[in-house]
Write a protein that binds this ligand. Structure first.
Ligand code: G
Ligand code: MN
Length: 328
């Protein structure tokens, strides 16, 4: 994982100093272009330095003052019913504004803060689920929480999870821990033993970003995994990419063969919804249904219990109508 997208920061050399059409060589940079290059470098380094400095000082402060969780609903594509929520951490940085995990987790890991950060996320998400369980008794919600490699290999992770579940009156089956494929492969022995202990608590395990990492069929068979979450890169362009459709087909087939649930992430178009329903993938997250939202906005959705879908699906899923469809 990289803190910032290096390609975005790298100035296009042809923009700064186009090649000569005759010789193909670039002229040496005039002074104002050197300044431009320098300012791009500073722009790229400043956020890293700021986050690093900020994290350095974080040990002594209360994480509650700086972090917040947003929640993204997971829905049943046939009905819009909210099946669960994925907790996503955000960092309210005083200078840089709201940061996404990709922008600070690597720094957190390198400053040994990942454990504390992960514990804060798990604790906060479970407190919130405890409250929502009381406020929305009729909903059967599962809270999904991303788990870092550091947490998963810490010796007493299952003890911590058990304590949090008890503290907030949650069943193990109401918590889904998401691990990435590469975590699974990282320390297979330790992962296997931790997952077995979590399984005994009834906690669900999902492999996140599935399809982009290195887990093998052997891992799927030998580890107590419940769910595959298909990485959004295969879902975002489903409506126009034949290659992605083939990948989705195989992942859904794989999940069925192993008796696993499957959730599609990154649903952004009704075309994607249509294809997912065709192949029998009915659980999904994505901007088309809902972006991640703060607690108050989520509460308004939970009051209804379902999202209004921008398409119609009849109960037996035989006829679907999408905006723009011609009448059949
Ligand atoms: O790796 P993980 O699945 O935990 O990543 C979730 C991230 O994906 C969140 O930061 C969330 O904002 C983002 N996300 C969720 N739905 C969509 C979507 O439909 N499109 C895109 N581009 N990103 C999404
Ligand atoms: Mn996730």
């Amino acid at each position: 994982m990289s803190l910032i997208d290096a390609d975005k920061c790298r100035p296009d050399p042809d923009e700064i100093a186009p090649r000569s059409p005759q010789t193909g060589a670039r002229p040496s940079l005039p002074p104002h272009n050197r300044r431009q290059r320098l300012s791009v470098v500073i722009l790229c380094i400043a956020p890293i330095a700021a986050v690093a400095l900020y994290l350095g000082g974080l040990r002594s402060v209360d994480l509650d003052d700086h972090l917040m969780l947003e929640y993204q609903p997971e829905v049943d594509l046939r009905t819009g019913r909210i099946l669960g929520l994925e907790a996503l951490v955000r960092w309210n940085h005083p200078v840089l504004g709201q940061l996404q995990p990709l922008e600070f987790i690597e720094v957190a890991e390198s400053t040994n803060l990942a454990g504390e950060l992960g514990a804060w996320v798990l604790d906060t998400a479970c407190t919130q689920l405890g409250q929502w369980k009381r406020d929305f008794r009729e909903l059967d919600l599962v809270m999904s929480v991303n788990v870092s490699p550091v947490q998963l290999v810490s010796l007493d992770f299952d003890v911590y999870v058990k304590q949090v579940l008890e503290q907030y009156g949650l069943l193990g089956s109401e918590l889904c821990l998401e691990i990435t494929e590469n975590v699974v492969v990282g320390d297979l022995q330790r992962t296997r033993s931790t997952l077995a202990k979590l399984e005994r608590l009834g906690v669900r395990i999902a492999i996140d970003d599935f399809g982009t990492g290195y887990s093998s069929l052997g891992h799927l068979k030998s580890l107590p995994v419940d769910t595959l979450k298909i990485d959004k890169v295969f879902v975002q362009n489903l409506d126009r990419s034949e290659g992605d459709r083939v990948i989705i087909d195989s992942i859904v087939g794989l999940a069925a063969s192993f008796g696993l649930d499957v959730v599609a992430e990154g649903v952004e178009s009704v075309g994607a919804v249509s294809y997912l329903l065709d192949v029998g993938c009915v659980r999904a997250q994505g901007f088309l249904m809902s972006k991640p939202k703060g607690s108050e906005e989520i509460e308004r959705l939970l009051e209804v219990g379902a999202l209004a879908l921008p398409w119609n699906v009849d109960s037996n899923d035989a006829r679907r109508t999408f905006p723009g469809d011609v009448a059949r």
